[in-house]
Design a protein around this ligand. Structure first.
Ligand code: FAD
Length: 391
């Protein structure tokens, strides 16, 4: 990248950030508190983001998107979270779409991507995790058996977020039994399931109430017929396709966590300056200052790693190490910032109207999903440091 293109890229990102901030200002804490209380989907917010084209930022221009890179997508999600909003209702569309873009046929791309870009079709659901397999993805038991022009799907997914608010689901299922393939990573395939046609015809979705408002569900497949035309790429290579999308996912989730951390730090700093106890601002006490300053340092370090991972990814270079570290550092920084913010607010941190307790609950997720901290550490230990494989 030349100096001038780098300057214009920075200006583009700054303009995107400003646009997202302006949009988010229309969805203040009160809006999110109401949704949280009712465990309701923030449909108006998702519609506004879709209309403004932000969710289509990674879709190439030829399919109606803006053809931007992962840095732009990261900036969008970071700003959403920094503004006190939450991208969890729609962020998956950005990275799930990549599987169709990279591995879908020309016909699939022409059919789905323009509609996803315009918002006519929602691709928000990603069915990978199963209750029995957990993190051990190659042990999934949902099967897809070829019968004529269809695949017959049987099994169950859990934590399939947004399934009730999505038209399409990207589904990972076994097409060859684990015992029949040379490597356990083979024999898995990816399908684009049209849930509009499938609900009540072999597809059942049950919401799961959780400590956060995340529209997550469990999904049951009972002889669901999916047209063979909806297989993405080659049969049996699905695990590889899912892995291909993981670096982008890690970078984008890390950007959200950085956004949360910055929201907590701004909120804590402002309150520490204005809250007077013992005749002086609480922020004058180093016991109050230091946890905020420590969280700030952790956040800035994590943000640099997100930026570095995004740059490598955009240049098509190996980004696994950096994307994983970005997610690890950002999820821990956001939790550190959340804790400092809550502590700074004393009792008021627990009051709903301050939004801290809600964001506190929300940001805890990043250490568990979409991948838990231990699994990132295991990746770094094994693949970067060359330590013996632990599982
Ligand atoms: C709100 C929410 C939304 C989600 N959305 C989606 C979604 O849309 N689609 C989807 O497919 N999934 C989704 N998930 C699932 C999520 O990706 C998993 O919960 C996560 O990957 C952890 O898997 P698990 O819950 O099965 O934990 P487990 O695999 O049961 O692990 C439990 C704990 O043990 C640790 N552990 C396991 N094995 C090892 C090991 N070998 N070494 C060290 N530690 C280990 C883990 O780190 C973890 O802390 C969501 C989860 C939640 C909570």
């Amino acid at each position: 990248m030349t100096a001038s293109t780098s300057t214009s890229h920075a200006a583009d990102i700054a303009a995107i950030r400003e646009g997202v901030r302006a949009l988010c200002a229309r969805f203040p804490g009160e809006y999110w508190r109401g949704k949280d209380r009712e465990r309701a989907y923030p449909g108006e917010f998702v519609a506004a983001l879709t209309e403004a084209g932000y969710l289509a930022c990674l879709i190439p221009e030829e399919y109606g998107g803006s053809g931007l890179g992962v840095s732009a997508a990261a900036a969008i999600l970071e700003e959403i979270h920094k503004s006190g909003c939450n991208g969890g209702a729609c962020h998956a569309q950005m990275y799930i779409m990549g599987t169709v873009l990279r591995h879908g046929s020309a016909a699939q791309k022409a059919e789905y991507l323009p509609k996803i870009a315009s918002g006519a079709l929602r691709l928000q659901a990603f069915g990978v995790t199963e209750p029995g397999a957990g993190t051990d993805t190659t042990s999934i038991r949902t099967t897809a058996e070829r019968r004529g022009d269809c695949y017959i799907i049987n099994g169950q997914k859990i934590w399939t977020s947004r399934a009730e608010h999505s038209d399409l689901m990207l589904l990972l299922a076994r097409t060859s039994p684990r015992g029949a393939v040379a490597k356990k990573t083979e024999g898995l395939s990816v399908f684009l399931v049209d849930m509009r046609a499938a609900r009540g015809r072999g597809l059942t979705i049950r919401p799961i109430r959780t400590m956060i408002n995340h529209a997550t569900t469990e999904v049951f497949f009972d002889n669901l017929e999916v047209p063979a035309a909806n297989l993405i790429g080659e049969e049996g290579r699905g695990f590889r396709y899912i892995l291909d999308g993981m670096n982008a996912e890690r970078i984008l989730i890390a950007a959200e966590a950085v956004g949360d951390a910055r929201w907590f730090i701004a909120k804590a700093s402002a309150y520490a300056k204005e809250r007077i106890v013992f005749g002086r601002p609480i922020g004058q006490n180093q016991g109050v200052q230091f946890p905020i300053a420590r969280a700030y340092a952790a956040t800035e370090a994590a943000a640099l790693m997100v930026e570095r991972a995004a740059q490598l990814y955009e240049r098509g270079e190996a980004a696994g190490k950096e994307a994983n570290m970005a997610k690890l550092l950002a999820s821990e920084a956001s939790w550190q910032a959340a804790d400092a913010c809550l502590q700074t607010h004393g009792g008021f941190g627990f009051a709903e109207e301050f939004d801290i307790e809600r964001k506190f609950r929300e940001t805890r997720l990043y250490q568990v999903a979409p991948i838990s901290t231990n699994l990132i550490l295991a990746y770094l230990a094994e693949h970067v440091l060359g330590l013996p494989r632990s599982y």
